[in-house]
Design a protein around this ligand. Structure first.
Ligand code: NAP
Length: 870
């Protein structure tokens, strides 16, 4: 029974929402012996399944997976009737769960929480309800769902229609009979795609107003998949474990087939299998690169479009239904039952709002730019203010009077999607910054609830009573969430994942796309590291271990994992030739880098014989000479050749618009110090003298290099300065070796596990120089005179042992009056910035390098001026 209004009450915890997450949270809090009060504005349990009662509403994760797994007895007592259960069946299930654990007695229904305010003195939240009640609690938990706040209709005249108006998200409990009616449906997302075929069965006329066509595959509903049930029967724990440690919360082996390189037969076979399977887990796993590589995504998208064309008989309607303005998976893909076939029915019409936008809703229908339509009923399937809408709808005010709405004005900011700084003891279940909507919600909800329950238990045991993330941990996590999104195609779409469906909402990628498994690991690691990034206080003692749980770029971490799994021998344990062969073998397996206009090989006369070079000329105009960049590859003076940095040279050439001349040089141990440096200087002299022949503009020459190549590049600059020529406009030093001192902090932090190790660096130095030479500026240019050197761009990568010497070089150059640009390769290793085509997150750094190169050269300087100047 509901409590009377205006009572004041005290609870350990308040949970808002009585759907999947709220119910399980209540259960866990009770298990901990905490006093709990639940609220829901609905009249009963069910959450999303209470409200979304439109015909055709079903889950789109198969029922063996879309279910609680915390209690094996509960699993034994419930049997789903279908692969994708209908809304009434899921609601029954949640009622069954509420009854089985007696949860209803703690929940006050038909009650909206209107505000929550943190009292810093009392260390309590004060919760106010729409009935005027005030509740005090220590922990305030929002289990309000990600898609629970309907988007208000943003269409002109929406209130004017005199007929019946329905929202899929607030469907009448008694149902609706559309028999004989002229019905409009606005919206073709998951809700629209589910409801349209069923309304078409009743309505005399159905007109669908489509703004954006959506990708949908047939659900192939029927009995729950037999193979899944068998696996569960045989090893339920193993199955659930695999789900928890999978990418999307459904056991599924991630493919390593790349769409761009697979044969047509393999592509077709994988796609048809996913189409037949009718599961999201299958269609998002056709190609490993489908969400990263536009070309791969196009292949998959076109196969889906072919299916649509084969189903819909009217070619124009078929074409209108084919999504072409977003990549597959960047808006939530749908599962349907007869959706596309519905458009073959004579009384169903599709209106393309891109061609004839809605001008206004009128009293009796809808007016578009071209036509007036009369209707008896309009159904809005226009979606939700997703992920943040419900959280900011209640007035949540944290420390110092800051409201959540204010704090999130530019987009949500959370730690792990669970908490937000300034709001102690305030937990969000499946909040923004967690996998939530990109995963099987049942699995993600259980993980979140378990984490919160575990946290409260730990706090109690340690005598702590408040918890709150630090600003550092939170901003680190937000960055990681955005980094994970940025390497995918997701940010390219106007989706609700990006907040783009709600006018005025900040455009930020809202969920965490790193995977359920990676996310679970991060949450576990936070706890394992003593609640890293949380400030906890209490009579027991205050404590805070501040830090960032994930700061490496996600694709860099993937590459490291991949390499670790290959179990290659450490290079520093090999003879030089074997190390060279290993490097060549790994280089052969990588993507080739971008196309350039022209690639030619040649030789340069060096001090001790010819030096091979490879010249890259950008494609397209302008014809004629361009600035020239002489580039030296990395490899610790021991490894590498013209092939080893080929993709990087292509990338630099295309991005900068310069002619890049990559020069090979003598290697150690065959030719030790200072052979490589002398070759580099000779190459720069020769390139300057032969600029025109190389297609360069005389006098517009820069040098560049990576790692040891950057070492000899900058040594060449020092030698050119001392020799008073040639003129060098600038130097780009990517993760350079500039000193032989291996005691800097970056060696301690990054000397193991990130490909370039301390041991390998020592191996390089030993091959190249005698210890006595290592202080010489031609080996350790940081120790030389830095006055009069050209403008410099230095790239320093976070996880590089050489990071701090690069930074020290930048500071020393600056102190010597040299213009310096220090590009921080955030979250990168010594090698990752150069991994063109593999490490997508390196692209912005390479763009910065290219910009620095362009800035070295006076723009559009007429050739005759350049010739005069040189
Ligand atoms: P949605 O995916 O956001 O779709 C809303 C539709 O309405 C879109 O087609 C949108 O067009 C259109 N729309 C919005 N405002 C409009 C306007 N002013 N004029 C014309 N068209 C407008 O919303 P949803 O279908 O309710 O689904 C939301 C999410 O809920 C799904 O992505 C899914 O995660 C979940 N869901 C799941 C199931 C399930 O199968 N289990 C069922 C329903 C929902 P634009 O695309 O151009 O914005």
């Amino acid at each position: 029974m509901n409590k009377p209004a205006s009572v004041s009450d005290q609870f350990d915890a308040v949970v808002v929402g009585a759907g999947f997450s709220g119910l399980y949270m209540l259960y866990r809090l009770r298990q901990l012996g905490l006093s709990v009060k639940g609220f829901d504005s609905a009249g009963d349990v069910g959450g999303t399944w209470y409200w979304n009662r439109y015909p055709g509403a079903r889950c789109d994760i198969a029922t063996p997976d879309y279910t609680f797994s915390f209690d094996p007895e509960l699993e034994n007592e419930w049997t789903w009737s279908e692969k994708y259960a209908t809304q009434p069946e899921i609601l029954d299930y949640l009622r069954f769960v509420a009854d089985r654990y007696g949860l209803r007695s703690d929940i006050q229904f038909s009650t909206t929480v209107t505000s929550a305010r943190w009292d810093e003195q009392e260390k309590r939240w004060t919760i106010t309800t729409g009935h005027g009640q005030e509740i005090r609690c220590r922990y305030y938990i929002m289990a309000t769902g990600c898609l629970s706040m309907p988007k208000s209709p943003d269409i002109e005249g929406a209130g004017r229609f005199a007929g019946q108006v329905y929202f899929t998200s607030r469907w009448p409990h008694e149902g609706v009979d559309f028999t004989g009616q002229r019905v409009a449906v606005i919206g073709t997302g998951s809700s629209g795609i589910q409801v349209i075929p069923l309304i078409a069965r009743q309505a005399s006329q159905l007109t669908v107003f489509q703004r954006t066509p959506n990708f949908s595959i047939p659900a192939h509903n029927g009995p729950a998949p037999a193979d899944r049930l068998r696996q569960l029967d045989e090893d339920r724990d193993g199955y659930r474990h695999d789900a928890r440690w999978s990418r999307i919360g459904v056991p599924n082996e991630p493919t390593d087939v790349l769409g761009v390189t697979a044969s047509e037969a393999v592509r077709r076979e994988r796609f048809e299998a996913a189409w037949e399977q009718g599961e999201l887990a299958g269609i998002v796993n056709v190609f490993a690169d489908q969400l990263f590589n536009p070309a791969s995504n196009d292949i998959l998208a076109e196969m889906i479009r072919e299916k649509i064309r084969s189903i819909v008989t009217d070619p124009e309607t078929a074409e209108t239904l084919c999504p072409k303005d977003h990549y597959f998976g960047t808006k939530r893909p749908c599962l349907d039952t007869g959706y596309f076939d519905t458009y073959n029915l004579p009384h169903v019409r599709l209106v393309d709002l891109r061609k004839q936008p809605i001008v206004s809703i009128t009293e009796d229908g809808i007016e578009t730019a071209d036509e007036s339509f009369g209707f008896d009923a309009i159904v809005y399937a226009t979606g939700f203010d997703a992920m943040t809408g419900a959280l900011v709808a209640a007035d949540v005010t944290g420390r110092d009077g800051l409201s959540l709405k204010e704090k999130w004005a530019a987009g949500p900011s959370t730690y792990l999607g669970l908490m937000t700084a300034g709001f102690p003891n305030f937990f969000m279940l499946t909040g923004p910054g967690s996998p939530s909507v990109l995963s099987n919600m049942a699995v993600s909800i259980e993980q979140h609830v378990d984490w919160v329950a575990g946290c409260l238990k730990d706090m109690r045991e340690e005598g702590l009573d408040t918890i709150e993330p630090t600003e550092l941990a939170e901003s680190g996590w937000n960055q990681h969430v955005q980094d994970c999104g940025a390497i995918t195609l997701m940010p390219t779409a106007n989706s609700w994942y990006m907040g783009a469906n709600v006018p005025g909402k900040p455009r930020v990628f809202l969920p965490y796309i790193g995977g359920v498994d990676a996310y679970r690991q991060a949450c576990d690691d936070v706890v394992g590291q003593g609640y890293l990034g949380f400030r906890m206080t209490g009579p027991g003692a205050d404590r805070c271990r501040d830090g960032v749980i994930r700061s490496m770029q996600p694709d860099v971490a993937m590459v490291l994992e991949f390499l670790a799994a290959m179990g290659l021998p450490p290079m520093d344990t090999l003879p030089a030739d074997d190390a060279r062969a290993l490097m060549a073998a790994t280089a052969a397996a990588r993507p080739p880098g971008p196309e350039v206009g022209e690639v030619t090989d040649g030789v340069i006369p060096g001090p001790a014989g010819d030096l091979p070079y490879r010249l890259y000329r950008p494609a397209g105009p302008p014809e004629g000479p361009r600035p020239l960049v002489v580039y030296f590859h990395g490899g610790g003076w021991v490894l590498g050749n013209l092939d080893s940095d080929d993709p990087l040279c292509r990338d630099l050439c295309e991005r900068s618009g310069a002619v890049v001349v990559s020069v090979n040089y003598r290697h150690a141990p065959e030719a030790r110090f200072p052979a490589a440096a002398l070759d580099a200087f000779a190459a720069v002299q020769w390139a300057a003298a032969n600029a025109l022949e190389l297609g360069g503009i005389p006098g517009q020459l820069a040098v560049a290099g990576w790692s040891a190549g950057a070492n000899i590049a900058t040594v060449a600059c020092q030698l050119a300065r001392d020799a008073e020529g040639p003129h060098i406009s600038g130097q780009v030093l990517i993760c350079p070796v500039v000193d032989s001192d291996m005691t800097r902090l970056s060696y301690q932090e990054n000397g193991d596990g990130y490909i370039l190790t301390t041991a390998l660096m020592r191996w390089f130095w030993d091959h190249y120089t005698d210890p006595a030479d290592r202080g010489e500026p031609r080996a350790a240019p940081l120790r030389g005179d830095l006055h009069g050197l050209p403008s410099t761009c230095i790239v320093a990568a976070d996880f590089d042992p050489l990071r701090d010497e690069g930074v020290a070089y930048a500071h020393a150059l600056e102190a010597a009056g040299v213009p310096v640009r220090l590009a921080r390769a955030r979250g990168h290793t010594h090698t990752s910035v150069t991994m063109v085509g593999t490490v997508i997150s390196g692209a912005p750094v390479r763009a910065e390098i290219a910009e620095a190169l362009r800035n070295f050269f006076p723009s559009a300087e007429p050739l005759e001026h350049a010739l005069q100047r040189s």
